[in-house]
Design a binder for this molecule. Structure first.
Ligand SMILES: [Zn+2]
Length: 297
């Protein structure tokens, strides 16, 4: 067995543990709840989840996706987050033989499944994750560089400015992107820049394609006023339950009505995308204005 596979094999169970923590992040961060206590409970019946049922991935499988006490369904999103987190975590250790780089990559990639689920559900990239990341990753790069790791501080700084600054421009110009995305991009710039600017270029290119695709598919439904901290506060103040394990779909659905502008009845977006979809019959295949895109509902 090659070294890379061996490292991945050893890293995988740790990735599952990190993934399990990330399911708590997914359930509690948007609600503004503590990540440490209370311990996980079934949101339907309130029964604390036993340790043996709380084992990442296997707990859900053994329970066949239902609460042991009340049989309420447990969202499959949670084992999926655990599995994908473990997979990217293991992949980070497989591709990087420098342990500093592997740890940085694993930490960075482990954030992504959780951020994706939170963004899809609540349409925020929470500051509670982004501010610590904006401090932790640059600090880690500095320490790693001082320790002689294969990271590049100057390029990390360039990546931060180029990618974060680039998306800041996009956010300011389009109005279709939240400041959470900008912070996330800045973190990506740091991590990828530390490994070499070509990675930043690849990620920036991918982001450009994604932004262009989103702009074509649907007019921006985010407005600056509802993103970032202000939205986080909205969600926090309207939080209803203290439950933390599963069924966030139900709880987030109940929160949805309080959300101001996701439908076509709300104020018209100011991008040109809206105008062409209204002046139908053009060559552009038009989606309804509020058509959900894959990434931003
Ligand atoms: Zn239950």
């Amino acid at each position: 067995m090659s070294d890379a596979w061996l490292r991945a094999l050893v890293a995988f169970p740790f990735g599952l543990v990190v993934g399990s923590f990330m399911t708590v992040v997914v359930a509690r961060v948007p609600a503004g709840e503590s990540l440490v206590r209370p311990r996980s409970r079934c949101p339907s019946c309130g029964t604390p989840i036993r340790n043996r049922d709380n084992v990442p991935l296997f707990g859900w499988v053994l329970l066949r996706g239902r609460c042991r006490a009340c049989s309420a369904p447990i969202s499959p999103v949670y084992p999926i987050v655990e599995l994908t987190t473990a997979a990217v975590f293991a992949a980070a250790f497989a591709v990087a033989d420098d342990p500093w780089v592997a740890v940085m990559l694993a930490a960075f990639l482990s954030l992504m499944p959780a951020i994706t689920v939170i963004d899809v559900r609540h349409r925020i990239v929470p500051n509670r994750l982004m501010y610590p990341a904006l401090v932790a990753f640059p600090a880690f790069v500095l320490v790693a560089a001082a320790a002689g790791a294969d990271v590049d501080v100057v390029r990390a700084a360039i990546g931060f400015a180029a990618f974060g600054g680039g998306l800041l421009l996009v956010a300011l110009v389009s109005g279709g992107m939240g400041m959470g995305d900008v912070k996330l991009a800045a973190v990506e710039g740091v991590v990828l820049g530390a490994l070499g600017l070509r990675y930043v270029a690849v990620a920036a290119g991918a982001a450009d394609v994604a932004v262009a695709a989103l702009a074509k598919r649907a007019p921006p439904t985010r407005t600056p006023a509802r993103t970032g901290p202000s939205r986080a506060r909205t969600i926090r103040s309207s939080r209803a339950s203290s439950s933390c394990w599963p069924t966030a779909p139900a709880s987030s659905a109940s929160r949805r009505p309080s959300r101001p502008t996701t439908t076509s009845t709300s104020r018209p977006p100011r991008s040109s995308a809206a105008s062409w979809s209204r002046s139908t019959g053009s060559a552009v295949p038009s989606a309804p204005p509020a058509a959900p895109s894959a990434f931003r509902r």
